[in-house]
Write a protein that binds this ligand. Structure first.
Ligand code: SF4
Length: 281
């Protein structure tokens, strides 16, 4: 295996996306399709590149279609490649109809969503993934809309592989990357990616914040490969008494406006999400 991403790239300090990119070494012959976003900047602009694998930069709406076409072209050329549509949650919002159609066709490539819960590259505007009540530049008093669960939506397409992961649990994340790389068909991994400047926490705390999301029950680690299961690293948090208090996770600038009542409302949302997940067994 070669290092897919080089040091000295253009990511911010403590960037969760570059952490997840380092785990791409687990996937054989990766070819990245990257729609506009932080990952575009990290990968670099021609003729320079931080990536040691082929990268195709695509328009926002087109990443699933480009990935599908590229995967089929490689097959016809007799080249074994793992095409990966590597996108943020903003690109999922914008390309969702193409992504959904591609999943329904069971196109043969991997989609990896590095979810930093807003449009960070353009100034932290809220996306459908933004956590309930989080402050962003388009929700200065806290987000009022629902938070969409992308991985559950993709699972509903009856795809071959679906999983959630976190940069706080890199061993689990690497295992899921490796597994997706060894399978064929439509594979989808949703990576929780706490962003220091966008969420307003110190850059050395990315892993700590990511772990607190899992330990408080706010991010659920699971996997589907024909059978649905909770991942070992997070299964104990199915029991509420094993979780840390949610307010530990909420120690981020984007939540500094919340009062006790609002935190209780968030706890209820999280309990509802766990109930939905636990019904999938
Ligand atoms: S804004 Fe956040 S996700 Fe984007 S490069 Fe910086 S740390 Fe990474």
């Amino acid at each position: 295996m070669v290092a897919v991403i080089l040091p000295g790239n253009a990511s911010c300090q403590g960037c969760p996306i570059s952490m997840a990119m380092r785990c791409l070494d687990e996937i054989e012959n990766p070819v990245l399709v990257i729609p506009a976003g932080c990952s575009t900047v990290i990968a670099g602009i021609h003729p320079n590149s931080a990536m040691k694998c082929p990268v195709v930069h695509s328009p926002f709406t087109a990443a699933p279609s480009v990935a599908c076409g590229l995967s089929e072209a490689y097959k016809r050329m007799g080249v074994r490649a793992n095409v990966i549509a590597w996108m943020g949650d903003g690109a999922v919002d914008i390309s969702f109809s193409a992504l959904s159609a591609s999943a329904a066709r069971k196109d043969d490539y991997i989609t990896i969503v590095v979810d930093n819960e807003a449009y960070m590259n353009t100034g932290t505007q809220a996306s459908l993934s933004t956590f309930w009540k989080a402050r962003t530049t388009t929700s200065p008093a806290g987000k009022t809309e629902e938070r969409r669960n992308i991985a559950l939506l993709m699972l509903a397409h009856r795809i071959e592989y679906a999983a959630t992961a976190s940069v706080g649990y890199l061993r689990d994340l690497k295992r899921k990357f490796r597994k997706a790389g060894e399978m064929r068909g439509f594979r989808f991994i949703h990576v929780h990616a706490p962003c220091p400047p966008g969420w307003r926490f110190p850059s050395e705390k990315t892993v700590e914040v990511a772990r607190k999301a899992v330990m408080s029950g706010a991010w659920i680690l699971w996997e589907y490969d024909g059978e649905f299961r909770l991942s070992k690293e997070g299964e104990r948090y199915a029991l509420k008494e094993n979780r840390i208090p949610l307010r530990e996770y909420l120690k981020q600038g984007r939540f500094s406006h919340l009062d006790d009542k609002e935190i209780e409302e968030l706890e209820k949302k999280i309990d509802e999400e766990w109930k939905t997940i636990l019904k999938l067994f």
